[in-house]
Design a protein. Structure first.
Length: 256
């Protein structure tokens, strides 16, 4: 049996693993327009944020394809499928025959027509690793960034870049962020969390870590250590409350 897979994301990886559970002899050929080892696309915002690396974005080991007897043709795109002849045409003109075909190429970003967009020097979409690399190269501490779209992808982009630029503005046709997910109250809460200053977000991260360490210490019956972490947690909570109060006061003065 000749299996051909178009795409290299979670569906493609799951297909390879499922095939090999049932068929250890058939040939598997995978090709993808992206020249990358399979990686988690949702993590591109964390890559820009500095919370992961390109290596850490891989969700299968480097030997995954070879270990599963899968031939890869990365950096190649499908330009045609002939279901009668059962063959796929690649961008180089060659054809690839198949007995079973999976098309799991994923989606691509839609850029609505906007007057003047063609003249924007630094214009990016935000879906692939290449998108994140290109955006990251263009970012500067004094950059002013306009994100068009307040859905999940747009807000993930904001999350990844907000500490690396001078200003971020989000625009959307809807009257609130994440309109398909949140109501007005939920959107306001999310905006508030997104606009917290880095000092408060860093304190929140410390609090999460201390609480996790405390719970782990309790689970391991290290009660003396757990008591120390509880005291550290209380001190951090107090510090955060004071920092948040100051931020709200400063914000109120700015609005007035």
């Amino acid at each position: 049996m000749r299996y051909v897979i178009v795409g290299n994301g979670p569906a493609a990886v799951g297909c390879i693993e499922a095939i090999r559970r049932k068929d250890t002899e058939g040939t598997i050929t995978l090709f993808s327009k992206e020249p990358e080892h399979t990686y988690s696309r949702p993590l591109i915002s964390y890559l820009l944020w500095g919370k992961t690396t390109e290596e850490g974005m891989k969700y299968r080991p480097d030997g995954f394809y070879e270990n599963n007897g899968c031939r890869t043709m990365l950096g190649r795109a499908a330009v045609g499928i002939d279901p009668e002849k059962k063959q796929v045409t690649l961008d180089g003109g060659e054809t690839l025959p198949y007995d079973k075909l999976l098309v799991a190429a994923g989606s691509r970003p839609f850029v609505p027509p906007m007057e003047g967009l063609d003249g924007v020097k630094n214009s990016f979409t935000f879906m692939s690793l290449d998108d994140a690399r290109a955006l990251g190269e263009a970012l500067r501490p004094d950059s002013r960034v306009l994100v068009v779209g307040a859905g999940l992808i747009g807000l993930k982009c904001v999350e990844g870049i907000r500490d690396r630029v001078g200003e971020v503005t989000v625009a959307d046709l809807a009257g609130r962020i994440l309109p398909s997910v949140l109501d007005e109250a939920g959107a306001r809460m999310r905006i508030r969390n997104m606009t917290l200053p880095k000092e408060l977000r860093d304190l929140d991260e410390k609090l999460r870590k201390v609480r996790a360490d405390k719970d782990r210490a309790i689970g391991e019956q290290q009660f003396e250590r757990a008591a120390e972490l509880r005291d550290e947690e209380e001190a951090l909570k107090q510090e955060r409350e004071e920092a948040e109060k100051k931020w709200e006061e400063d914000t109120s003065k700015t609005v007035q």
